[in-house]
Ligand binder design. Structure first.
Ligand code: MG
Length: 159
């Protein structure tokens, strides 16, 4: 059996916050605001996994009202979602991620982000695609007010 899942997330940019995308810390004067470390990539990927297995969403599992999730490393959310899927017999076939960010230029970082997400998912880096788009100067992404990320995942299990 195969199932597809989709996730999307957005976070506001703010000065003085760390910028962490796909678990990779990026040197940049602006970072993402949020209750956790605001890793917009790992949040979208976590939601894609949960949606593929119809297990709710990241807010159900890790509410922002829980102080345990304050400034949390979002790889913890992803690893927990992976565990839930594995317990139900699911494995990840491939993952496609698109990051929407006006700055910084993410082209040189796409392979590093893909490798780190693949490591967290325990799949081959060839099974993870990371694309980067700008906002062409319009909308909240283009005005450098936010970053967004979309993720699509395919999962499979026997029977
Ligand atoms: Mg989020």
């Amino acid at each position: 059996m195969i199932r597809v899942g989709a996730g999307h997330d957005s976070h506001r940019l703010a000065a003085g916050r760390p910028l962490i995308l796909g678990g990779v810390r990026i040197d940049h004067p602006f970072g993402l605001e949020g209750h956790s470390d605001a890793d917009v990539v790992l949040h979208a990927v976590t939601d894609a996994l949960l949606s593929a297995a119809a297990l709710g969403d990241i807010g159900d599992l890790f509410p922002d009202t829980d102080s345990a999730n304050k400034d949390a490393d979002s790889s913890r959310f992803l690893l927990e979602a992976c565990r839930l899927l594995r317990d139900r017999g699911w494995s990840v076939v491939n993952l496609a991620v698109t990051i929407f960010a006006e700055v910084p230029k993410l082209g040189p970082l796409k392979a590093t982000i893909a490798s780190n997400v693949a490591r967290l998912l325990r799949i081959s880096h060839e099974s993870v695609s990371v694309q980067a788009k700008t906002g062409e100067g319009v909308g909240p992404v283009g005005r450098r007010e936010s970053m967004e990320c979309s993720a699509t995942v395919l999962i499979e299990r026997a029977g």
